[in-house]
Ligand binder design. Structure first.
Ligand code: WT7
Length: 655
């Protein structure tokens, strides 16, 4: 039996508000249906038409899709463009003075940048990089706090054809060094330090340490943006202040014309084992995915929206929906240096009010922590500017969805739960909000031109209702082109021979309901096998979180003589962590609760309470680590990327 059982049933459904629907880019089910039909009838023709309409080509493409080297697909591969020109220059004729970026610093200082100013800054840095010898195809590491300069750095690389690789500012010297070495970068752009939650986060010293690691002598220069007046050591002939680097540079910079298939960037994503994977994206196809999803899913209205994606530029979300997508449409967007809980848990809501944000995109983990810290706080702010909400990063449990809908969106704003990955570059399965009704916990249906399916181990499509592997059957423009330096790992990881070698394996499990709506059940690696029943983690977690006392939960398996695997749940309460008898009482209550919500098979065998869960810097629960803890084993994994290492001790003790 290869399918994964779905045990959780959520029946609520929400229709688009008539006011929203009336002005939506895709207004109503008929319009949506016609897009789906066009894409189904002529997959390549559909994407080619959109690429012509939405991208400014320097040299128009005549070829659409090359499948001859599958799974190394090529899109629009005789076309030429520059991504930075598409994000900036093309808006200057009519909207030079439109605000592109509203930057709010950790301390609340606000700085606005128009499209003209953005153009000038990007051009200056592009010229400076060129003068330093950076050429098309060279790799540049960006290790910066959330800032206007981080976006400028990415755009400047795009402008001169250098391949950027942004490394999140919370990564350790070791992680940074590994990435520098793998990419063989010639230059690093960083800052002295950044500010987060009132604390100074040093960056340049981490770069110095990383550059002592093996195979990093490829780096010839380090450009340092002075953000915090933090003392740093400048290495002679290697390090230069950003301000000095760009001094006297012209604010016009001839773009490098890039083939549609030339890499735009590499972004490292931690694999479940071994070294991080350098996900390599293209220029043309990637940009098209970012643009179309802005239009379809975020229902972008460039002249009137204020768009805010809270992701850091260190993640793919901060690439597609901060640095590229919104700018390609000429939108005004907010970028934020700080954290949602500082100076208090009302920060997001205050910023939505102050900047009159219309579209707000964040992660379920942030939503859950803000519920825990102040479920009533949004009521203290004027959130009437909002018209659309979105989530990304993991399945959102229905309880958090409903809270977000009611308390933040005032039951008026659709929620787009967007399923995608670093590797897919842009949204794959997500609501088109003026056309589809939504269901809490479901990312709804694949976007036009995305052939998602749920299959068994042999690649056979599974009927609705049965859980299996989530795959994408046809190539799509924004997908990764390869793993940097590792085409074989690319092929083996994403296009396994068992599925025929051309079907994209996402690594998630999912099922579809009777309406064809997709429900993500968790990572394939995390699937439990309890007495022969294969269960996704997400549904059990969701049932736990629907208990009024629970803020967060993570579920893993541990070996069990009889059942194969026993279920261990790690639980964070909304209130203080219980101990002794109170913990025992709550454990029993939660076990029964899960029994009632989904059935006896899913009852956790063991529950451990913690003040928090081990998460990566991007907010993902590290289930691999929890599995080791559940077994009572020693942690031998690298925990340097863990947000809160202290939590491991607490969770290692069986309750
Ligand atoms: C994995 C990709 C996509 C940008 C941020 C994370 C999980 C992501 C959802 C969602 C259920 C989701 C999946 C996916 N995931 N969005 N809306 N519903 N699961 O990018 O680090 O590459 O992670 O995040 O497991 O495979 P990433």
């Amino acid at each position: 039996m290869s399918h994964i059982e779905s045990i959780l049933h959520e029946n609520r459904s929400f229709h688009p508000h008539p006011e929203f629907q009336a002005s939506a880019n895709v207004a109503g089910p008929e319009h949506h249906q016609s897009l789906l039909e066009q894409a189904a009838a002529d997959h390549t023709g559909f994407w080619a038409e959109l690429a012509r309409q939405h991208i400014d080509w320097h040299k128009p493409f005549t070829q659409v899709l090359d499948e001859s080297q599958a799974p190394f697909y090529r899109w629009f591969y005789d076309g030429e463009l520059n991504v930075s020109v598409n994000c900036i220059d093309r808006h200057l004729a009519q909207h030079a003075n439109r605000t592109a970026l509203i930057f709010e610093a950790d301390d609340g200082t606000v700085n606005r940048v128009t499209y003209q100013q953005l153009h000038d800054q990007v051009s200056q840095l592009g010229n400076a990089l060129r003068r330093q010898g950076v050429r098309k195809g060279d790799r540049v590491i960006i290790y910066m706090p959330m800032s206007v300069e981080a976006v400028v750095a990415m755009q400047a690389c795009a402008r001169i054809g250098a391949i950027h690789s942004v490394v999140f500012g919370g990564f350790s010297a070791k992680s940074l060094g590994e990435r520098i070495a793998d990419a063989q970068a010639c230059l690093v752009i960083t800052a002295d330090a950044g500010f987060r939650g009132g604390k100074t986060i040093a960056l340049k010293p981490v770069v110095d340490e990383a550059l002592n690691m093996p195979a990093t002598d490829c780096v010839r220069h380090v450009v340092v943006y002075q953000r915090a007046r933090h003392p740093v050591n400048m290495v002679e002939n290697r390090d230069i202040w950003w301000q000095d680097f760009i001094a006297g540079m012209p604010s016009v910079c001839e773009p490098e014309w890039m083939n549609a298939e030339d890499p735009l960037f590499i972004l490292y994503t931690s694999g479940s084992t071994g070294t991080p994977k350098g996900v390599q994206h293209s220029s043309g196809g990637y940009l098209l995915g970012a643009i179309m999803s802005m239009h379809w899913v975020f229902d972008a209205k460039p002249a009137s929206d204020v768009f805010w994606c809270t992701a850091d530029v260190g993640w793919i979300t901060g690439h597609s929906y901060v640095a590229y997508g919104p700018l390609a449409l000429g939108m005004t967007e907010v970028i934020f240096e700080g954290i949602p809980t500082w100076p208090d848990a009302g920060r997001f809501w205050r910023m939505i009010q102050d900047h009159k944000v219309t579209t707000f995109y964040t992660a379920p983990t942030a939503i859950r922590s803000l519920i825990k810290l102040g479920a009533d706080l949004p009521r203290q702010y004027d959130l009437s500017s909002l018209r659309l909400l979105g989530t990304v990063g993991e399945p959102i449990n229905p309880e958090a969805w409903v809270w977000f809908h009611e308390e933040v969106g005032h039951s008026r704003c659709p929620i787009v739960d967007t399923w995608w990955q670093t590797e897919t570059g842009s949204h794959m399965i997500a609501p088109v909000p003026g056309a589809l009704h939504t269901k809490p916990g479901s990312c709804t249906r694949p976007l036009p031109g995305i052939h998602a399916d749920v299959v068994d181990e042999q690649g056979n499509s599974l009927p609705h209702g049965e859980g299996g592997y989530l795959v994408i059957r046809r190539p799509f423009p924004s997908q990764l082109r390869t793993l940097w330096n590792n085409p074989e790992r690319f092929r083996a990881t994403y296009f396994p021979a068992e599925l025929g070698g051309t079907t994209y394996l996402a690594g998630d499990s999912a099922h579809r309901d009777q309406e064809g709506y997709f429900w993500i059940m968790g990572r394939i690696d995390d699937v439990l096998n309890v007495s022969g029943h294969r269960l996704g983690t997400m549904e059990i977690e969701s049932a736990l979180v629907s208990h009024p006392a629970v803020a967060e939960a993570a579920v893993v398996g541990k070996p069990h003589d009889v059942k194969g695997e026993a279920i261990v749940a790690f639980v964070v309460l909304k209130g203080p962590r219980p101990e002794g008898e109170e913990a025992a009482r709550l454990s029993a209550e939660l076990r029964n609760w899960v029994g009632q919500e989904i059935g006896a098979i899913a009852k956790p065998d063991e529950i451990r309470f913690g003040d928090n869960l081990p998460k990566t810097r991007s907010g993902k629960i590290m289930r691999r680590l929890l599995r080791t803890l559940a077994k009572g084993g020693e942690i031998d994994q690298d925990v340097s990327t863990l947000e809160n290492p202290a939590i491991l001790q607490q969770l290692s003790v069986a309750g």
